[in-house]
Design a protein around this ligand. Structure first.
Ligand code: UDP
Length: 245
């Protein structure tokens, strides 16, 4: 990796300068963190699995007309992407109550919502990623109104599609987090695409039959079996885990 210029190191990924202008390489690590970095650990092989699951999901989403930053997978842990300016929002879609929503409103995990929710958190570790309303986003000029509308429409479409996609392999899509960015080579810099990753690190997937958690909650809540759960999600998706390592 020493031949590549590092741009940024995050909790689960490293970003390097890409081989062409306006491209970056996402390198997926095995590091896992939770509760705003308070809990740290490793999930062996996670980077490889998440790289490959993200490749599959981004490819399917672009097939249904969602523009994404993904270009191609380069290796076990690397994928080539368009460079974007990340909009500092965690865009969360929820179909069933879990996690912070259960806690905040005193609700039981597993309560099915009559309609999906799309909510936003400000991406700011120092502030603990606070929930932020659409009015705040517009008044603070974090995103413009047309951008916010586009983000919400894309998120709803992603949710509709992925619910069915995961249901087809016996997994209930409880909730997930997306990040969006402005393409740096988009016309006047205002072309919004889905960025970051989609993997069991940033969604909740419950087995329809057993109700078992097949996502990062296994790590967050010390349930054990996180490697096996991530592998099982990949297996059901038909993602090959044969590696070069
Ligand atoms: N999520 C994420 N990164 C975050 C916070 C949440 O990827 O920094 C994902 C999380 O995996 C879940 C969804 O967003 O699928 C909703 O998370 P929630 O708000 O319930 O927070 P959590 O319980 O994870 O703290």
């Amino acid at each position: 990796m020493s031949d590549k210029e590092m741009l940024y190191e995050g909790k689960a990924k490293i970003l390097y300068k890409g081989p062409r202008p306006d491209t970056i390489i996402q390198y997926f690590k095995d590091d896992a963190t939770a509760f705003n970095n308070v809990k740290k650990g490793t999930i062996t092989g996670k980077g490889i699995i998440n790289n490959k699951i993200t490749e599959l999901v981004m490819t399917r989403l672009s097939e249904i007309g969602i523009p994404t930053h993904f270009i191609e997978r380069l290796s076990d842990r690397e994928q080539l992407c368009h460079e974007v300016q990340i909009i500092p929002l965690e865009v969360i879609a929820r179909n069933t109550v879990a996690g912070s929503m259960a806690k905040k409103f005193g609700l039981e995990e597993g309560l099915k919502l009559p309609r999906p929710i799309i909510e936003f958190s400000l991406k700011d570790d120092d502030l603990g990623d606070p929930l932020i309303a659409e009015n705040h986003i517009l008044a603070l000029e974090i995103a413009a109104e047309d951008e916010l509308i586009e983000i919400m429409e894309m998120t709803a479409k992603v949710n509709d599609f992925l619910r069915g996609f995961f249901a087809g392999i016996g997994l209930e899509l409880i909730d997930f987090k997306l990040e969006f960015g402005r393409l740096t080579d988009g016309e006047d810099g205002h072309f919004i695409v889905l960025a970051d990753e989609f993997s069991p690190d940033n969604c909740r997937l419950w087995d329809f039959k057993t109700r078992e958690k097949m996502d990062k909650d296994r790590f967050r809540r010390d349930l054990g079996g996180e490697v096996e759960a991530y592998q099982e999600v990949a297996r059901r998706l038909g993602v090959s885990l044969e590696t070069e390592e």
